[in-house]
Design a protein around this ligand. Structure first.
Ligand SMILES: NC(=O)c1ccc[n+]([C@@H]2O[C@H](COP(=O)([O-])OP(=O)(O)OC[C@H]3O[C@@H](n4cnc5c(N)ncnc54)[C@H](O)[C@@H]3O)[C@@H](O)[C@H]2O)c1
Length: 314
């Protein structure tokens, strides 16, 4: 009875692996190490290095005794997806259909999927799970397509599934597990400060109270615990259900950078640059469903996220 974590050598996946282990479950990891690091996979966890968009994994699922899959592997930048859309279709859509094929062949019928608030595009108000899907980037479209493939396997093949639509993930459980990506605000700002450069605000002319983008930040440890709640729900029943995972409290880019300055003691004044393609003005979550149905609620705040991410940067 082993839960597979795809992308378990990455930022979020490595936290999910540890949360599942803490919950008493056995875990195995598959990852192509394109952005992940093998050193993040605990030594007692079986590890397969494979590109999921190419490699059939049915035999390996049987070998490790898989009971379900937490499918975290994928690319994560709306901006990068605007210039390299096919990489997003390959790593986020083709890889997902390959995982589903492998599950079918191996008789594994439970999946938790890493989706994204990018499926909502620019919502006119706080997004709940019934809000219209209006992705604005190839990344967002790739997450909608993968969600659909999973839902259809639920209908056609009786898969139990949970898609978790993450909002903006930040923080770290441990200095060795920080976000190595170069796409998200908190790691970008902290990397700049560590190098003695001023953090950049990408656009301050958005229709928001301080002109900078509003986002809903969730601590990666809280997020990892949401996966354990989803796994538990799938072990008990076969829900086919989408859940937002955020805090429901938006913060502007300027607010985040104020916390960065406070935590790091940096006197660097942020500089304002041009908007980035694919960045909606304001995105935040309604999180009632996951609280009411899975009993999950976040317990860490923005300062916890920035402080733990800073410990992983320096
Ligand atoms: N970080 C965020 O704020 C955020 C928000 C919403 C959704 N997500 C989603 O969460 C997931 C994980 O994001 P992350 O922040 O941990 O990124 P990450 O880059 O740290 O982790 C992704 C992992 O997947 C692996 N991978 C990628 N393509 C693969 C493939 N074809 N085959 C096998 N392994 C592959 C990488 O090597 C890496 O270890 C992604 O699907 C992303 O779209 C992230």
């Amino acid at each position: 009875m082993t839960w597979i974590v795809t992308g378990g050598a990455g930022y979020i996946g490595s936290h999910v692996v540890r949360a599942l282990q803490r919950s008493g479950r056995r875990v195995a990891v598959v990852d192509d190490l394109s952005t992940g690091r093998e050193s993040r996979v605990p030594p007692d966890v079986p590890f397969l290095r494979a590109d999921l968009s190419e490699a059939p994994i049915a035999d390996w699922l049987r070998e490790v005794g898989a009971t379900g899959v937490v499918h975290v592997a994928g690319r994560k930048s709306p901006t990068e997806s605007m210039v390299d859309p096919l990489a997003y279709w390959r790593h986020n859509v083709t890889a997902t259909t390959r995982v589903l094929e492998g599950m079918r062949a191996a008789g594994v019928a439970r999946i938790v999927f890493s989706s994204s608030c990018s499926v909502y595009g620019t919502p006119t108000a706080a997004a709940d799970e019934g809000s219209p899907l209006a992705p604005e980037s190839p990344y967002g479209h790739s997450k909608v397509a993968a969600e659909r493939a999973i839902e259809q396997c639920g209908e056609a093949h009786g898969f139990g599934w949970v898609s978790l639509r993450y909002f903006n993930v930040a923080g770290s459980a441990d200095p060795t597990l920080g976000d190595l990506g170069v796409h998200n605000l908190v790691p970008l700002a902290l990397q700049a400060v560590a190098a003695g450069r001023a953090p950049v605000i990408h656009g301050d002319d958005y229709p928001t109270p301080d002109g900078t983008c509003l986002r809903d930040y969730v601590h990666v440890e809280d997020l990892a615990e949401a996966h354990v709640a989803a796994v538990r729900a799938l072990e008990e029943a076969h829900p086919g259900r989408v859940f937002n995972v955020g805090t429901g409290r938006p913060h502007s880019v300027r607010e985040v950078l104020d916390v960065v300055a406070d935590v790091t003691g940096s006197g660097l004044v942020p500089v304002v640059g041009p908007r980035r393609a694919g960045d909606p003005a304001a995105v935040h979550a309604v999180v009632d469903r996951i609280r009411d149905e899975l009993g999950w609620r976040p317990s860490r705040d923005l300062r916890d996220m920035v402080a733990s991410a800073w410990a992983a940067t320096v």
